[in-house]
Design a protein around this ligand. Sequence first.
Ligand code: GTP
Ligand code: SPV
Ligand code: MN
Length: 587
Amino acid sequence: MTENKFVLNWLEEMKALCKPDSVVWIDGSEEQLEALRAEAVESGEMIKLNQEKLPGCYYHRTAENDVARVEDRTFICTPTEEEAGPINNWMAPDEMYAKLNALYDGSMVGRTMYVIPYSMGPVGSPFSKIGIELTDSIYVVLNMAIMTRIGDKVLEKIEGDEFIKCLHAKKDVNPDERYIVHFPQDNTIMSVNSAYGGNVLLGKKCFALRIASYLGKNEGWMAEHMLILGLENPQGEVKYIAAAFPSACGKTNLAMLIPPKYLKEKGYKVWTVGDDIAWLRIGPDGRLYAVNPEAGFFGVAPGTSEKTNFNALESTKKNTIFTNVAINNDDMTVWWEGLDKNPPENCTEWTGKQVNGKTYEGNLAHPNSRFTAPAINCPCISSEFENPQGVPISAIVFGGRRAKTAPLVYQARDWEHGVFVGATMASETTAAAAGAVGVVRRDPMAMKPFVGYNMADYFGHWLEMGKKMDPEKAPKIFHVNWFRKDDDGNFLWPGFGDNMRVLLWILDRCAGKADAVESPIGLLPTANDIDTTDLDVTEEQLSELLSVDKSVWMEDVENQEEYFAQFGDRLPAEIKNQLEILKNNLK
Ligand code: GTP
Ligand code: SPV
Ligand code: MN
Protein backbone atom coordinates (compact mmCIF):
# COMPACT_ATOMS: atom_id res chain seq x y z
CA MET A 1 0.00 0.00 0.00
CA THR A 2 0.95 3.63 -0.07
CA GLU A 3 0.93 6.83 1.99
CA ASN A 4 0.41 8.99 -1.11
CA LYS A 5 -2.61 11.09 -0.15
CA PHE A 6 -3.52 11.87 -3.78
CA VAL A 7 -3.85 8.16 -4.43
CA LEU A 8 -5.65 7.45 -1.16
CA ASN A 9 -8.10 10.38 -1.45
CA TRP A 10 -9.05 9.45 -5.00
CA LEU A 11 -9.46 5.81 -3.98
CA GLU A 12 -11.76 6.83 -1.11
CA GLU A 13 -13.87 8.90 -3.50
CA MET A 14 -14.17 6.06 -6.02
CA LYS A 15 -15.01 3.59 -3.24
CA ALA A 16 -17.75 5.89 -2.00
CA LEU A 17 -19.10 6.08 -5.54
CA CYS A 18 -18.90 2.41 -6.62
CA LYS A 19 -19.49 0.90 -3.16
CA PRO A 20 -17.53 -2.34 -3.58
CA ASP A 21 -17.79 -4.96 -0.83
CA SER A 22 -14.02 -5.06 -0.59
CA VAL A 23 -10.86 -3.53 -2.04
CA VAL A 24 -7.79 -5.56 -3.05
CA TRP A 25 -4.43 -3.98 -3.89
CA ILE A 26 -2.61 -5.75 -6.69
CA ASP A 27 0.99 -6.14 -5.51
CA GLY A 28 2.32 -7.82 -8.64
CA SER A 29 3.26 -11.08 -6.90
CA GLU A 30 2.83 -14.39 -8.71
CA GLU A 31 1.02 -15.83 -5.63
CA GLN A 32 -1.66 -13.17 -5.78
CA LEU A 33 -2.11 -13.53 -9.55
CA GLU A 34 -2.30 -17.32 -9.23
CA ALA A 35 -4.99 -16.99 -6.57
CA LEU A 36 -6.96 -14.68 -8.87
CA ARG A 37 -6.69 -17.16 -11.75
CA ALA A 38 -8.07 -19.88 -9.50
CA GLU A 39 -10.90 -17.60 -8.40
CA ALA A 40 -11.75 -16.70 -12.02
CA VAL A 41 -11.82 -20.39 -12.98
CA GLU A 42 -14.01 -21.14 -9.98
CA SER A 43 -16.53 -18.44 -10.93
CA GLY A 44 -16.48 -19.39 -14.63
CA GLU A 45 -14.99 -16.05 -15.70
CA MET A 46 -12.06 -17.98 -17.17
CA ILE A 47 -11.48 -21.53 -18.37
CA LYS A 48 -8.23 -23.35 -17.69
CA LEU A 49 -6.73 -24.73 -20.91
CA ASN A 50 -4.58 -27.85 -21.33
CA GLN A 51 -1.71 -27.17 -18.91
CA GLU A 52 0.64 -29.65 -20.57
CA LYS A 53 0.24 -28.27 -24.07
CA LEU A 54 -0.42 -24.65 -23.04
CA PRO A 55 1.10 -24.11 -19.57
CA GLY A 56 -0.27 -21.09 -17.74
CA CYS A 57 -2.87 -20.47 -20.46
CA TYR A 58 -6.50 -19.49 -19.88
CA TYR A 59 -9.59 -18.78 -21.93
CA HIS A 60 -12.11 -15.97 -21.62
CA ARG A 61 -15.35 -15.37 -23.50
CA THR A 62 -16.96 -11.93 -23.59
CA ALA A 63 -20.62 -11.03 -24.05
CA GLU A 64 -21.71 -11.25 -27.68
CA ASN A 65 -22.41 -7.52 -27.76
CA ASP A 66 -18.95 -6.74 -26.37
CA VAL A 67 -16.30 -7.98 -28.80
CA ALA A 68 -14.45 -4.90 -30.05
CA ARG A 69 -13.64 -1.26 -29.36
CA VAL A 70 -16.70 0.97 -29.52
CA GLU A 71 -15.67 4.15 -31.28
CA ASP A 72 -19.11 5.74 -31.25
CA ARG A 73 -19.19 5.44 -27.42
CA THR A 74 -15.66 6.80 -26.92
CA PHE A 75 -15.43 10.44 -25.79
CA ILE A 76 -12.79 13.11 -25.34
CA CYS A 77 -14.14 15.52 -22.74
CA THR A 78 -12.06 18.67 -23.01
CA PRO A 79 -13.49 21.95 -21.65
CA THR A 80 -14.31 23.13 -25.18
CA GLU A 81 -15.54 21.12 -28.13
CA GLU A 82 -12.87 22.70 -30.39
CA GLU A 83 -10.09 21.11 -28.32
CA ALA A 84 -11.48 17.65 -29.00
CA GLY A 85 -12.01 18.52 -32.67
CA PRO A 86 -14.44 17.29 -35.31
CA ILE A 87 -13.14 13.69 -35.36
CA ASN A 88 -13.78 12.89 -31.70
CA ASN A 89 -17.05 12.52 -29.80
CA TRP A 90 -17.28 15.27 -27.23
CA MET A 91 -19.43 16.17 -24.25
CA ALA A 92 -18.89 18.97 -21.69
CA PRO A 93 -16.91 17.53 -18.73
CA ASP A 94 -19.56 18.50 -16.13
CA GLU A 95 -22.33 16.89 -18.10
CA MET A 96 -20.30 13.73 -18.70
CA TYR A 97 -19.20 13.44 -15.05
CA ALA A 98 -22.84 13.72 -13.97
CA LYS A 99 -23.91 11.03 -16.42
CA LEU A 100 -21.06 8.70 -15.44
CA ASN A 101 -21.42 9.22 -11.70
CA ALA A 102 -25.02 8.02 -11.97
CA LEU A 103 -23.84 4.91 -13.83
CA TYR A 104 -21.00 4.11 -11.39
CA ASP A 105 -23.11 4.73 -8.31
CA GLY A 106 -23.26 1.40 -6.46
CA SER A 107 -21.89 -0.40 -9.54
CA MET A 108 -19.61 -2.61 -7.39
CA VAL A 109 -22.04 -3.60 -4.66
CA GLY A 110 -21.40 -7.29 -3.97
CA ARG A 111 -18.15 -7.10 -5.92
CA THR A 112 -14.43 -6.55 -5.29
CA MET A 113 -12.56 -3.47 -6.44
CA TYR A 114 -9.00 -4.26 -7.54
CA VAL A 115 -6.39 -1.50 -7.43
CA ILE A 116 -3.77 -1.96 -10.16
CA PRO A 117 -0.77 0.39 -10.09
CA TYR A 118 0.89 0.09 -13.52
CA SER A 119 3.73 1.62 -15.47
CA MET A 120 3.70 2.29 -19.19
CA GLY A 121 7.36 1.77 -20.04
CA PRO A 122 10.06 0.15 -17.87
CA VAL A 123 9.53 0.90 -14.18
CA GLY A 124 11.46 3.97 -13.12
CA SER A 125 12.59 5.02 -16.62
CA PRO A 126 12.48 8.82 -16.97
CA PHE A 127 10.15 8.45 -19.97
CA SER A 128 7.71 6.00 -18.38
CA LYS A 129 4.32 7.11 -17.09
CA ILE A 130 2.21 5.64 -14.33
CA GLY A 131 -1.48 4.88 -14.08
CA ILE A 132 -3.72 3.28 -11.47
CA GLU A 133 -6.66 1.28 -12.77
CA LEU A 134 -9.54 0.47 -10.45
CA THR A 135 -11.59 -2.41 -11.83
CA ASP A 136 -14.07 -5.03 -10.69
CA SER A 137 -12.87 -7.55 -13.31
CA ILE A 138 -10.26 -10.23 -12.62
CA TYR A 139 -9.92 -10.62 -16.40
CA VAL A 140 -8.76 -7.00 -16.54
CA VAL A 141 -6.29 -7.52 -13.67
CA LEU A 142 -4.76 -10.59 -15.34
CA ASN A 143 -4.55 -8.89 -18.75
CA MET A 144 -2.99 -5.75 -17.26
CA ALA A 145 -0.44 -8.01 -15.54
CA ILE A 146 0.68 -9.19 -19.00
CA MET A 147 0.31 -5.94 -20.96
CA THR A 148 1.95 -3.58 -18.45
CA ARG A 149 4.38 -3.58 -15.51
CA ILE A 150 2.26 -3.72 -12.34
CA GLY A 151 2.31 -3.78 -8.56
CA ASP A 152 4.17 -2.41 -5.53
CA LYS A 153 7.32 -1.59 -7.47
CA VAL A 154 5.22 0.86 -9.53
CA LEU A 155 3.29 2.29 -6.58
CA GLU A 156 6.59 3.25 -4.92
CA LYS A 157 7.51 5.37 -7.91
CA ILE A 158 4.44 7.62 -7.90
CA GLU A 159 5.31 11.22 -7.07
CA GLY A 160 2.51 13.42 -5.78
CA ASP A 161 -0.48 13.41 -8.12
CA GLU A 162 1.53 12.29 -11.15
CA PHE A 163 -0.54 9.32 -12.20
CA ILE A 164 -3.46 8.73 -14.56
CA LYS A 165 -6.68 7.90 -12.71
CA CYS A 166 -8.46 5.02 -14.44
CA LEU A 167 -11.82 3.64 -13.33
CA HIS A 168 -13.45 0.59 -14.88
CA ALA A 169 -16.75 -1.00 -13.86
CA LYS A 170 -18.03 -3.98 -15.79
CA LYS A 171 -21.63 -3.45 -14.65
CA ASP A 172 -24.02 -5.47 -16.83
CA VAL A 173 -22.20 -4.80 -20.14
CA ASN A 174 -25.23 -2.92 -21.42
CA PRO A 175 -24.18 -1.58 -24.85
CA ASP A 176 -26.65 1.31 -24.60
CA GLU A 177 -24.93 2.61 -21.48
CA ARG A 178 -21.36 1.78 -22.46
CA TYR A 179 -18.94 4.70 -22.22
CA ILE A 180 -15.18 4.97 -22.73
CA VAL A 181 -14.35 8.49 -21.60
CA HIS A 182 -11.19 10.59 -21.38
CA PHE A 183 -10.72 13.84 -19.46
CA PRO A 184 -7.24 14.89 -20.70
CA GLN A 185 -7.06 17.97 -18.44
CA ASP A 186 -7.91 15.85 -15.37
CA ASN A 187 -5.60 12.90 -16.19
CA THR A 188 -8.71 10.76 -15.89
CA ILE A 189 -10.14 7.80 -17.83
CA MET A 190 -13.53 6.23 -17.09
CA SER A 191 -14.90 3.06 -18.68
CA VAL A 192 -18.22 1.43 -17.92
CA ASN A 193 -20.38 -1.43 -19.23
CA SER A 194 -17.73 -3.28 -21.21
CA ALA A 195 -15.29 -6.08 -20.45
CA TYR A 196 -13.44 -6.21 -23.76
CA GLY A 197 -9.79 -5.40 -24.58
CA GLY A 198 -9.22 -1.84 -25.73
CA ASN A 199 -12.35 -0.67 -23.91
CA VAL A 200 -11.15 -1.83 -20.50
CA LEU A 201 -7.36 -2.39 -20.50
CA LEU A 202 -7.06 1.30 -19.82
CA GLY A 203 -3.26 1.47 -20.07
CA LYS A 204 -3.42 0.66 -23.76
CA LYS A 205 -5.43 2.81 -26.19
CA CYS A 206 -6.99 5.07 -23.53
CA PHE A 207 -3.77 6.04 -21.75
CA ALA A 208 -0.84 5.15 -24.01
CA LEU A 209 -2.49 6.75 -27.06
CA ARG A 210 -5.37 9.14 -26.24
CA ILE A 211 -4.10 10.67 -22.98
CA ALA A 212 -0.43 10.25 -23.99
CA SER A 213 -0.95 11.98 -27.36
CA TYR A 214 -2.36 14.95 -25.44
CA LEU A 215 0.57 14.92 -22.98
CA GLY A 216 2.99 14.50 -25.89
CA LYS A 217 1.63 17.57 -27.65
CA ASN A 218 2.14 19.67 -24.53
CA GLU A 219 5.51 18.15 -23.62
CA GLY A 220 7.07 17.89 -27.10
CA TRP A 221 6.92 14.16 -27.85
CA MET A 222 4.59 11.79 -29.72
CA ALA A 223 2.39 8.80 -28.85
CA GLU A 224 1.62 6.77 -31.98
CA HIS A 225 -0.25 3.62 -33.10
CA MET A 226 3.01 2.10 -34.35
CA LEU A 227 5.01 -1.10 -34.29
CA ILE A 228 8.77 -0.84 -33.78
CA LEU A 229 11.14 -3.35 -35.39
CA GLY A 230 14.88 -3.72 -35.77
CA LEU A 231 16.25 -5.09 -39.04
CA GLU A 232 19.68 -6.66 -38.74
CA ASN A 233 21.83 -7.01 -41.85
CA PRO A 234 24.49 -9.71 -42.43
CA GLN A 235 27.15 -7.33 -41.03
CA GLY A 236 25.25 -7.27 -37.73
CA GLU A 237 24.09 -3.65 -38.04
CA VAL A 238 20.53 -3.03 -36.83
CA LYS A 239 18.31 -0.23 -38.23
CA TYR A 240 14.95 0.55 -36.65
CA ILE A 241 11.63 1.18 -38.38
CA ALA A 242 8.37 2.43 -36.84
CA ALA A 243 5.17 1.72 -38.77
CA ALA A 244 1.61 2.96 -38.30
CA PHE A 245 -1.14 0.75 -39.74
CA PRO A 246 -4.78 0.89 -38.60
CA SER A 247 -6.19 -1.80 -36.30
CA ALA A 248 -5.94 -5.32 -37.71
CA CYS A 249 -3.86 -4.13 -40.68
CA GLY A 250 -0.62 -5.97 -40.00
CA LYS A 251 1.47 -4.33 -37.25
CA THR A 252 1.96 -7.47 -35.14
CA ASN A 253 2.78 -9.44 -38.28
CA LEU A 254 5.35 -6.98 -39.61
CA ALA A 255 6.94 -6.53 -36.18
CA MET A 256 7.63 -10.29 -35.92
CA LEU A 257 8.46 -10.94 -39.56
CA ILE A 258 10.59 -13.89 -40.58
CA PRO A 259 12.65 -13.06 -43.70
CA PRO A 260 12.29 -15.15 -46.87
CA LYS A 261 14.70 -18.10 -47.00
CA TYR A 262 17.30 -16.51 -49.30
CA LEU A 263 17.59 -13.49 -46.99
CA LYS A 264 17.64 -15.58 -43.83
CA GLU A 265 20.51 -17.58 -45.33
CA LYS A 266 22.41 -14.36 -45.99
CA GLY A 267 22.05 -13.50 -42.29
CA TYR A 268 19.17 -11.00 -42.22
CA LYS A 269 17.06 -10.95 -39.05
CA VAL A 270 14.12 -8.99 -37.66
CA TRP A 271 13.83 -8.08 -33.95
CA THR A 272 10.59 -6.97 -32.33
CA VAL A 273 10.59 -3.91 -30.07
CA GLY A 274 6.82 -3.33 -30.13
CA ASP A 275 3.71 -4.36 -32.05
CA ASP A 276 1.10 -1.66 -31.35
CA ILE A 277 2.23 1.52 -29.60
CA ALA A 278 5.33 3.71 -29.84
CA TRP A 279 6.28 6.72 -27.73
CA LEU A 280 8.70 8.86 -29.73
CA ARG A 281 11.08 11.54 -28.50
CA ILE A 282 13.88 13.59 -30.00
CA GLY A 283 17.20 12.66 -28.42
CA PRO A 284 20.03 15.06 -27.54
CA ASP A 285 21.65 14.08 -30.86
CA GLY A 286 18.66 15.35 -32.89
CA ARG A 287 17.45 11.87 -33.83
CA LEU A 288 14.03 10.39 -33.13
CA TYR A 289 13.95 7.58 -30.53
CA ALA A 290 11.10 5.12 -29.94
CA VAL A 291 10.04 3.20 -26.83
CA ASN A 292 7.33 0.53 -26.62
CA PRO A 293 5.39 1.40 -23.45
CA GLU A 294 3.73 -2.05 -23.29
CA ALA A 295 4.96 -5.35 -21.85
CA GLY A 296 2.83 -7.76 -23.90
CA PHE A 297 0.92 -8.28 -27.12
CA PHE A 298 -2.88 -8.09 -27.41
CA GLY A 299 -2.82 -9.66 -30.85
CA VAL A 300 -5.41 -10.64 -33.46
CA ALA A 301 -5.74 -14.45 -33.42
CA PRO A 302 -7.40 -15.20 -36.80
CA GLY A 303 -4.86 -15.47 -39.60
CA THR A 304 -2.03 -16.22 -37.15
CA SER A 305 -0.34 -19.46 -38.17
CA GLU A 306 3.05 -21.11 -38.25
CA LYS A 307 3.39 -19.91 -41.85
CA THR A 308 2.14 -16.33 -41.49
CA ASN A 309 3.45 -15.42 -38.02
CA PHE A 310 5.47 -18.17 -36.38
CA ASN A 311 6.86 -15.83 -33.71
CA ALA A 312 3.41 -14.64 -32.59
CA LEU A 313 2.19 -18.22 -32.41
CA GLU A 314 5.25 -19.20 -30.32
CA SER A 315 4.53 -16.26 -28.02
CA THR A 316 1.11 -17.73 -27.20
CA LYS A 317 2.32 -21.18 -26.08
CA LYS A 318 2.53 -20.28 -22.39
CA ASN A 319 1.13 -17.79 -19.84
CA THR A 320 -1.33 -16.44 -22.41
CA ILE A 321 -4.99 -15.45 -22.14
CA PHE A 322 -7.14 -16.20 -25.19
CA THR A 323 -10.30 -14.16 -25.72
CA ASN A 324 -13.18 -15.28 -27.98
CA VAL A 325 -11.27 -17.93 -29.95
CA ALA A 326 -12.70 -21.48 -30.35
CA ILE A 327 -11.88 -24.39 -28.03
CA ASN A 328 -10.98 -27.92 -29.08
CA ASN A 329 -13.00 -29.89 -26.50
CA ASP A 330 -10.95 -33.06 -26.98
CA ASP A 331 -7.72 -31.66 -25.61
CA MET A 332 -8.68 -28.18 -24.31
CA THR A 333 -6.50 -26.33 -26.80
CA VAL A 334 -7.49 -23.35 -28.94
CA TRP A 335 -8.34 -22.86 -32.60
CA TRP A 336 -9.14 -19.98 -34.93
CA GLU A 337 -9.65 -19.41 -38.64
CA GLY A 338 -6.31 -19.51 -40.41
CA LEU A 339 -4.45 -21.44 -37.66
CA ASP A 340 -4.48 -24.56 -39.84
CA LYS A 341 -6.89 -26.36 -42.13
CA ASN A 342 -8.04 -28.67 -39.39
CA PRO A 343 -10.85 -27.18 -37.28
CA PRO A 344 -11.74 -29.34 -34.27
CA GLU A 345 -14.70 -31.65 -34.75
CA ASN A 346 -15.63 -31.48 -31.12
CA CYS A 347 -15.58 -27.74 -30.75
CA THR A 348 -16.87 -24.91 -28.59
CA GLU A 349 -17.26 -21.89 -30.85
CA TRP A 350 -16.51 -18.44 -29.43
CA THR A 351 -20.10 -17.83 -28.29
CA GLY A 352 -20.00 -21.01 -26.21
CA LYS A 353 -22.12 -23.07 -28.60
CA GLN A 354 -21.11 -26.75 -29.04
CA VAL A 355 -20.52 -27.42 -32.74
CA ASN A 356 -18.81 -29.72 -35.21
CA GLY A 357 -16.05 -27.55 -36.63
CA LYS A 358 -15.72 -29.73 -39.76
CA THR A 359 -19.27 -29.11 -40.90
CA TYR A 360 -19.71 -25.68 -39.37
CA GLU A 361 -20.29 -22.65 -41.58
CA GLY A 362 -19.16 -19.19 -40.55
CA ASN A 363 -16.56 -18.35 -37.92
CA LEU A 364 -15.64 -20.62 -35.01
CA ALA A 365 -13.48 -17.86 -33.53
CA HIS A 366 -14.67 -14.27 -33.52
CA PRO A 367 -12.89 -12.25 -36.28
CA ASN A 368 -11.53 -9.95 -33.54
CA SER A 369 -10.62 -12.76 -31.15
CA ARG A 370 -7.28 -12.09 -29.48
CA PHE A 371 -4.38 -13.48 -27.48
CA THR A 372 -2.74 -11.62 -24.59
CA ALA A 373 0.86 -12.84 -24.50
CA PRO A 374 3.93 -11.64 -22.55
CA ALA A 375 6.46 -9.92 -24.84
CA ILE A 376 9.26 -11.96 -23.27
CA ASN A 377 7.71 -15.08 -24.83
CA CYS A 378 8.52 -13.80 -28.30
CA PRO A 379 11.48 -15.65 -29.86
CA CYS A 380 12.55 -12.49 -31.74
CA ILE A 381 12.11 -9.96 -28.92
CA SER A 382 14.74 -7.24 -29.30
CA SER A 383 17.62 -6.88 -26.84
CA GLU A 384 16.56 -3.20 -26.77
CA PHE A 385 12.99 -4.00 -25.64
CA GLU A 386 13.68 -2.68 -22.11
CA ASN A 387 16.07 0.09 -23.15
CA PRO A 388 14.66 3.18 -21.40
CA GLN A 389 16.20 5.51 -24.01
CA GLY A 390 14.49 3.67 -26.85
CA VAL A 391 15.86 2.87 -30.31
CA PRO A 392 16.83 5.38 -33.04
CA ILE A 393 14.31 5.39 -35.89
CA SER A 394 15.57 5.43 -39.49
CA ALA A 395 12.22 5.18 -41.26
CA ILE A 396 8.57 5.87 -40.47
CA VAL A 397 6.14 3.80 -42.52
CA PHE A 398 2.43 4.48 -42.98
CA GLY A 399 0.07 1.93 -44.49
CA GLY A 400 -3.42 0.57 -44.69
CA ARG A 401 -5.78 -1.74 -46.52
CA ARG A 402 -6.42 -0.29 -49.95
CA ALA A 403 -7.66 -2.66 -52.66
CA LYS A 404 -6.83 -0.02 -55.30
CA THR A 405 -5.20 3.44 -55.12
CA ALA A 406 -2.04 3.06 -53.01
CA PRO A 407 0.97 1.32 -54.60
CA LEU A 408 3.01 -1.35 -52.78
CA VAL A 409 5.43 1.31 -51.54
CA TYR A 410 6.42 4.92 -52.10
CA GLN A 411 8.56 7.47 -50.32
CA ALA A 412 7.62 10.98 -49.27
CA ARG A 413 9.78 13.74 -50.70
CA ASP A 414 10.54 15.26 -47.29
CA TRP A 415 9.14 15.46 -43.72
CA GLU A 416 6.37 17.92 -44.62
CA HIS A 417 5.23 15.76 -47.51
CA GLY A 418 5.52 12.73 -45.23
CA VAL A 419 3.16 14.31 -42.71
CA PHE A 420 0.73 14.90 -45.58
CA VAL A 421 1.07 11.25 -46.67
CA GLY A 422 0.22 10.19 -43.10
CA ALA A 423 -2.62 12.70 -42.85
CA THR A 424 -4.22 11.39 -46.05
CA MET A 425 -4.07 7.74 -45.02
CA ALA A 426 -7.22 5.72 -45.62
CA SER A 427 -8.02 2.09 -44.96
CA GLU A 428 -10.82 -0.45 -45.12
CA THR A 429 -12.40 -0.88 -41.68
CA THR A 430 -11.82 -4.17 -39.79
CA ALA A 431 -13.42 -6.20 -37.00
CA ALA A 432 -11.20 -4.47 -34.40
CA ALA A 433 -13.90 -1.84 -33.95
CA ALA A 434 -17.67 -2.33 -33.73
CA GLY A 435 -19.48 -1.44 -36.97
CA ALA A 436 -19.22 -2.21 -40.70
CA VAL A 437 -16.14 -4.05 -42.00
CA GLY A 438 -14.44 -3.33 -45.34
CA VAL A 439 -15.54 0.28 -45.75
CA VAL A 440 -12.78 2.70 -46.78
CA ARG A 441 -12.42 5.56 -44.32
CA ARG A 442 -9.79 8.21 -43.71
CA ASP A 443 -7.56 7.23 -40.81
CA PRO A 444 -4.73 9.77 -40.45
CA MET A 445 -1.54 8.14 -39.14
CA ALA A 446 -3.77 5.18 -38.05
CA MET A 447 -4.79 7.48 -35.17
CA LYS A 448 -8.39 8.34 -36.11
CA PRO A 449 -9.79 6.42 -33.11
CA PHE A 450 -6.91 7.36 -30.79
CA VAL A 451 -6.06 11.08 -30.95
CA GLY A 452 -6.82 12.72 -27.61
CA TYR A 453 -7.26 16.24 -29.04
CA ASN A 454 -8.06 18.14 -32.22
CA MET A 455 -6.71 16.22 -35.23
CA ALA A 456 -5.77 19.48 -36.99
CA ASP A 457 -3.52 20.39 -34.04
CA TYR A 458 -2.14 16.85 -34.16
CA PHE A 459 -1.05 17.45 -37.79
CA GLY A 460 0.51 20.68 -36.56
CA HIS A 461 2.38 18.79 -33.83
CA TRP A 462 3.82 16.36 -36.39
CA LEU A 463 5.04 19.32 -38.48
CA GLU A 464 6.59 20.94 -35.37
CA MET A 465 8.39 17.74 -34.41
CA GLY A 466 9.91 17.66 -37.92
CA LYS A 467 11.27 21.19 -37.46
CA LYS A 468 12.93 20.25 -34.16
CA MET A 469 14.92 17.38 -35.69
CA ASP A 470 18.22 17.58 -37.52
CA PRO A 471 16.95 17.23 -41.16
CA GLU A 472 19.84 14.89 -41.97
CA LYS A 473 18.91 12.59 -39.10
CA ALA A 474 15.11 12.79 -39.17
CA PRO A 475 13.48 9.50 -40.22
CA LYS A 476 12.53 9.24 -43.89
CA ILE A 477 8.80 8.69 -44.38
CA PHE A 478 7.22 5.97 -46.55
CA HIS A 479 3.79 4.53 -47.38
CA VAL A 480 3.10 0.83 -48.00
CA ASN A 481 0.07 -1.21 -49.02
CA TRP A 482 0.22 -5.01 -48.63
CA PHE A 483 -3.47 -5.33 -49.53
CA ARG A 484 -3.74 -4.29 -53.17
CA LYS A 485 -6.10 -6.58 -55.11
CA ASP A 486 -6.51 -7.56 -58.76
CA ASP A 487 -9.85 -7.29 -60.56
CA ASP A 488 -10.86 -10.73 -59.28
CA GLY A 489 -10.33 -9.67 -55.69
CA ASN A 490 -7.10 -11.61 -55.06
CA PHE A 491 -4.21 -10.03 -53.15
CA LEU A 492 -1.49 -9.05 -55.64
CA TRP A 493 1.30 -9.20 -53.07
CA PRO A 494 2.15 -12.31 -50.99
CA GLY A 495 2.70 -10.17 -47.88
CA PHE A 496 3.90 -11.43 -44.46
CA GLY A 497 7.61 -12.49 -44.62
CA ASP A 498 7.90 -11.19 -48.17
CA ASN A 499 7.22 -7.67 -46.87
CA MET A 500 10.92 -7.80 -45.92
CA ARG A 501 11.71 -7.17 -49.60
CA VAL A 502 10.00 -3.80 -49.32
CA LEU A 503 11.68 -2.99 -46.00
CA LEU A 504 15.07 -3.54 -47.65
CA TRP A 505 14.26 -0.97 -50.35
CA ILE A 506 13.12 1.40 -47.61
CA LEU A 507 16.34 1.05 -45.61
CA ASP A 508 18.46 1.28 -48.77
CA ARG A 509 16.69 4.55 -49.56
CA CYS A 510 17.49 5.79 -46.05
CA ALA A 511 21.14 4.90 -46.60
CA GLY A 512 21.17 6.58 -50.03
CA LYS A 513 21.81 3.22 -51.70
CA ALA A 514 18.66 2.61 -53.77
CA ASP A 515 17.09 4.35 -56.76
CA ALA A 516 13.63 5.82 -57.03
CA VAL A 517 11.59 7.55 -59.72
CA GLU A 518 9.50 10.67 -59.30
CA SER A 519 5.75 10.28 -59.52
CA PRO A 520 2.83 12.61 -58.77
CA ILE A 521 2.44 11.09 -55.29
CA GLY A 522 6.09 10.69 -54.29
CA LEU A 523 9.15 8.56 -55.00
CA LEU A 524 8.53 5.07 -56.34
CA PRO A 525 10.82 2.09 -56.82
CA THR A 526 10.92 0.58 -60.30
CA ALA A 527 10.06 -3.10 -60.65
CA ASN A 528 13.83 -3.80 -60.68
CA ASP A 529 14.40 -2.17 -57.31
CA ILE A 530 12.36 -4.77 -55.40
CA ASP A 531 14.25 -8.04 -55.04
CA THR A 532 12.02 -10.87 -56.31
CA THR A 533 14.41 -13.81 -55.77
CA ASP A 534 12.38 -17.03 -55.28
CA LEU A 535 9.16 -15.02 -55.55
CA ASP A 536 6.09 -16.06 -57.48
CA VAL A 537 5.27 -12.55 -58.64
CA THR A 538 5.54 -11.74 -62.34
CA GLU A 539 7.06 -8.55 -63.71
CA GLU A 540 3.54 -7.43 -64.81
CA GLN A 541 2.12 -8.04 -61.35
CA LEU A 542 4.91 -6.03 -59.76
CA SER A 543 4.37 -3.21 -62.24
CA GLU A 544 0.67 -3.25 -61.41
CA LEU A 545 1.50 -3.18 -57.69
CA LEU A 546 3.70 -0.13 -58.25
CA SER A 547 1.34 1.67 -60.61
CA VAL A 548 -0.37 4.98 -59.81
CA ASP A 549 -3.73 5.43 -61.55
CA LYS A 550 -4.18 9.18 -61.94
CA SER A 551 -7.97 9.10 -62.26
CA VAL A 552 -8.35 6.97 -59.12
CA TRP A 553 -6.01 9.36 -57.31
CA MET A 554 -7.96 12.40 -58.53
CA GLU A 555 -11.04 10.92 -56.89
CA ASP A 556 -9.09 10.31 -53.70
CA VAL A 557 -7.86 13.90 -53.71
CA GLU A 558 -11.45 15.15 -53.87
CA ASN A 559 -12.22 13.03 -50.85
CA GLN A 560 -9.10 14.31 -49.06
CA GLU A 561 -10.19 17.89 -49.70
CA GLU A 562 -13.66 17.24 -48.29
CA TYR A 563 -12.12 15.52 -45.28
CA PHE A 564 -9.74 18.39 -44.55
CA ALA A 565 -12.52 20.98 -44.93
CA GLN A 566 -14.02 19.95 -41.59
CA PHE A 567 -10.96 21.30 -39.76
CA GLY A 568 -11.54 24.83 -41.12
CA ASP A 569 -8.87 27.40 -40.29
CA ARG A 570 -7.22 25.07 -37.80
CA LEU A 571 -5.75 22.95 -40.61
CA PRO A 572 -2.03 23.79 -40.92
CA ALA A 573 -1.08 25.76 -44.06
CA GLU A 574 1.51 23.10 -44.90
CA ILE A 575 -1.23 20.48 -45.34
CA LYS A 576 -3.21 22.78 -47.67
CA ASN A 577 -0.02 23.50 -49.57
CA GLN A 578 0.77 19.78 -50.01
CA LEU A 579 -2.77 19.15 -51.23
CA GLU A 580 -2.29 21.83 -53.92
CA ILE A 581 1.02 20.26 -54.96
CA LEU A 582 -0.59 16.84 -55.28
CA LYS A 583 -3.48 18.26 -57.32
CA ASN A 584 -1.07 19.98 -59.68
CA ASN A 585 1.06 16.86 -60.03
CA LEU A 586 -1.97 14.82 -61.00
CA LYS A 587 -3.16 17.29 -63.69
P1 GTP B 1 -4.22 -4.33 -33.95
O1 GTP B 1 -3.73 -5.22 -32.87
O2 GTP B 1 -5.71 -4.35 -34.11
O3 GTP B 1 -3.72 -2.92 -33.83
O4 GTP B 1 -3.75 -4.96 -35.35
P2 GTP B 1 -2.37 -5.16 -36.13
O5 GTP B 1 -2.09 -3.96 -36.98
O6 GTP B 1 -1.29 -5.60 -35.21
O7 GTP B 1 -2.75 -6.33 -37.16
P3 GTP B 1 -2.21 -7.84 -37.26
O8 GTP B 1 -0.73 -7.90 -37.53
O9 GTP B 1 -2.70 -8.59 -36.11
O10 GTP B 1 -2.94 -8.34 -38.59
C1 GTP B 1 -4.33 -8.36 -38.73
C2 GTP B 1 -4.73 -9.32 -39.81
O11 GTP B 1 -4.11 -8.98 -41.05
C3 GTP B 1 -4.35 -10.76 -39.50
O12 GTP B 1 -5.44 -11.60 -39.79
C4 GTP B 1 -3.19 -11.03 -40.42
O13 GTP B 1 -3.11 -12.38 -40.79
C5 GTP B 1 -3.47 -10.11 -41.61
N1 GTP B 1 -2.20 -9.66 -42.26
C6 GTP B 1 -1.11 -9.16 -41.61
N2 GTP B 1 -0.11 -8.89 -42.48
C7 GTP B 1 -0.57 -9.22 -43.71
C8 GTP B 1 0.01 -9.17 -45.04
O14 GTP B 1 1.15 -8.76 -45.25
N3 GTP B 1 -0.80 -9.58 -46.05
C9 GTP B 1 -2.08 -10.03 -45.85
N4 GTP B 1 -2.78 -10.42 -46.92
N5 GTP B 1 -2.64 -10.11 -44.62
C10 GTP B 1 -1.91 -9.71 -43.56
C1 SPV C 1 -6.70 -2.15 -31.92
O1 SPV C 1 -7.94 -2.21 -32.08
O2 SPV C 1 -5.99 -1.35 -32.57
C2 SPV C 1 -6.05 -3.04 -30.95
C3 SPV C 1 -6.89 -3.86 -30.08
O3 SPV C 1 -4.83 -3.05 -30.88
S1 SPV C 1 -7.55 -2.96 -28.75
O4 SPV C 1 -6.67 -3.10 -27.61
O5 SPV C 1 -8.87 -3.58 -28.46
O6 SPV C 1 -7.69 -1.57 -29.10
MN1 MN D 1 -3.88 -1.49 -32.19
